[in-house]
Ligand binder design. Sequence first.
Ligand SMILES: [Zn+2]
Length: 359
Amino acid sequence: MEAIHPVFCTIVPPHVLDKLARAEDPALAGPARRTLEADAQQRTHRRLTTVIGAPSLAPSPGAADNKVHRLIHDAQHKTDLPGKVVRKEGAEPFKDATVNRAYAGLGATFELLLKAFGRNSIDGEGMPLIASVHFDRDYGNAFWDGEQMVFGDGDGEIFLDFTLPVDVMGHELAHGVTQHTANFSYFGQPGALNESMSDVIGSLVKQYVNDQTAAEADWLIGQGLLAERVQGVALRSMKAPGTAYDDDVLGKDPQPATMDDYVTTGRDNGGVHINSGIPNHAFYLLADALGGKAWERAGQIWYDTLTAGTLSTTPTFADFAQATVAASRARYHDGEETQALLKAWEQVGVPTTQKKAKL
Ligand SMILES: [Zn+2]
């Protein structure tokens, strides 16, 4: 079995926090700097525990009962994880709405994975879902650390409570699914595919919770997370990458929708939160063309691709696109699904035919 490489994945990308940290207003720059510092600490912690071997937070054996097993902690504004247990599976709602939102969001993600894809939790074997809320003070991020979910409260100036958008929870837990399946590395195009897979599943969780069709969905990631003063609607848009925000302090959403605008950068792990706009948009185009509930056919093709075991841990966009076509042909043959899929990849400029081998 291939080793699992947990990645430290935050929902707010570093380029946004970097920009905030340089803001003139100390009320904005202070929390962003603190968040960047906390993220750096967590990254180092992950590296060490990956090498040494972390004490597992999830010791209970995989439950085969296809039921969700949640455990919500309160980090009490500290950075020690996981913090104090505040709501266990089946317990009555807690007095803290943040705790209850995290509980509900983990449940919604579990349900989508099970009902849409027949997957029993993140690892497919009933892994308990663990989360901590109220991480640090004014912490402007949420992350999956390889074992659990962590949510900040935001600073209230730019970011609100990170448990507000259910797709943010779905996004982070989906990093766990990727880690346990295709295990894409977290740099360059494989990293952007890792990010995109999380946006796709996150958006599907939201659509599932709201019982929306592809046409009804907003296809935004993190809608409701930005404070009122921010000129923007969300962190990303799958329908129209590059249009989620355009703000004096935050800057402009840098996501491309097609390969023509592909961004070559060494920052953000080679633009993992930037170029993810391209596969995100391909998924949106497919779901939009097929209509109906996006998790049913478009989502199934993406999930089949993720779990087929045919991709390396470092696929290019073209490798991934070709694998989606193979997955679609396996399930839907040359039906409208495969035709719409080929068209979607063509629209974003990612080739789906094998390049001829160099002689
Ligand atoms: Zn992510």
